[in-house]
Design a protein around this ligand. Structure first.
Ligand code: F6P
Length: 366
């Protein structure tokens, strides 16, 4: 497929775990494509699954009415269905094969000249492979984890952070009333952005993130110090990827066929048990889980998602395929997909956020 072809019709899909703001991106893509450039738009359903199985629907302006504040994605999504590693049953046994040619067939059936892929590292790695195989692709950075390279922020993060902060505010009042230690386990995979930012915004006493392996003695010391100061309650935020020095992350389950099969979870309980045993203080755990992925996007995420959506259509019209829209400072720019994939963006140990946390006396477990 020639990338020089005049674009008249574009496709859009949402891949990987959902994040608040996906519908805002879809809406922006549809509106900008139709109004600004006179294009038509087709949405592929359920991530790459819809591209492989030819499941699609036309998207008109009418189809995006009222979806700006809505969580989830009207197109559906999945973190399975990698076209380059697609499970098939052969002779009663599961095998993985490359079915990416089907995508080119389906794109051509729908007369699609360019494809906008909204996703995290897994989906964007596939986007890059498809681009290298000749598909005119533009990426949009999505994930609540905020762990994508080459952008200052992904959409979805601000909403997850707000949800986690609200949870901390609520835990504070009950912790204080009962003189308890409250542990909040948050998502984020191998990065501590949600835990660190929510911990600062929600006034946590201890924040444990994957980037800084913790020593439980340090956590216990902090809670004991607070006790001596007359502060009879404490709030601990634990990222799901946190681990002790010399220890491993806690894996909750493995999801076969997923882009990344590991699902983390359970470290909050481990920390709580150790704290309770050592301090004698009643310690309770809340696992925030998928609440962080659901609900209406914040105003910040709506604006970022909308800018990403219109920016992606602009990149398509400029023929800048193989790129992703990215936030750099206050501007939306284009970065090559090759700079985005292959590694994740974790919290730098010299980050200003970490320095701020330390200056407030927050214990980071080290
Ligand atoms: O990447 C987003 C995320 O919510 C992570 O924070 C979490 O580890 C993972 O996805 C959970 O995935 P699933 O919805 O498959 O349980």
């Amino acid at each position: 497929m020639s990338t020089a072809k005049k674009v008249r019709r574009i496709g859009v899909l949402t891949g990987g775990g959902d994040a608040p703001g996906l519908n805002a991106v879809i809406r922006a893509v549809v509106k900008a494509a139709i109004r600004e450039y006179g294009l038509s738009v087709v949405g592929f359903l359920n991530g790459f699954g819809g591209l492989i199985k030819n499941q699609a629907r036309e998207l008109t302006e009418q189809d995006v009415v009222g979806i700006l504040p809505r969580g989830g994605t009207i197109l559906g999504t999945t973190n399975r269905d990698n076209p380059f590693h697609y499970p098939v049953i052969k002779g009663g046994k599961k095998e993985f094969v490359d079915v990416s040619d089907r995508i080119f067939e389906n794109i051509s059936i729908h007369g699609v000249d360019a494809l906008i892929i909204i996703g995290g590292d897994g989906s964007l790695a596939i986007a890059k492979e498809l681009y290298e195989k000749g598909l005119p692709v533009v990426g949009v950075p999505k994930t609540i984890d905020n762990d994508l390279q080459a952008t200052d922020q992904t959409f979805g993060f601000d909403t997850a952070l707000t949800t986690a902060t609200e949870a901390l505010d609520k835990l504070h009042t009950t912790a204080e009333s009962h003189h308890r230690v409250m542990v909040l386990e948050v998502m984020g995979r191998y990065a501590g952005w949600i835990a660190l930012a929510a911990g600062i915004a929600g006034g946590a006493d201890v924040i444990l993130i994957p980037e800084i392996p913790y020593r439980i003695e340090k956590v216990i010391e902090k809670i004991s110090q607070r006790e001596v100061q007359g502060k009879k309650f404490s709030i601990i935020v634990v990222a799901e990827g946190a681990r002790p020095v010399g220890g491993e992350m806690v894996v909750q389950r493995k999801v076969e066929d997923s882009f990344d099969p590991i699902r983390l979870g359970g470290i909050g309980q481990v920390v709580a048990q150790q704290v309770e045993e050592a301090t004698g203080k009643e310690t309770r755990v809340t696992v925030l889980g998928h609440l962080q992925r659901g609900g209406s996007p914040t105003a910040y995420d709506r604006i970022l998602a909308t800018r990403y959506g219109t920016g992606a259509v602009q990149l398509v019209m400029e023929g800048r395929f193989g790129h992703m829209v990215s936030l750099k400072g206050t501007s939306i720019v284009a970065v090559p997909l090759a700079e985005v994939t292959g590694r994740i963006r974790t919290v730098p140990l010299d980050s200003d956020l970490l320095r701020t946390a330390r200056q407030l006396g927050i214990c980071l477990g080290d």
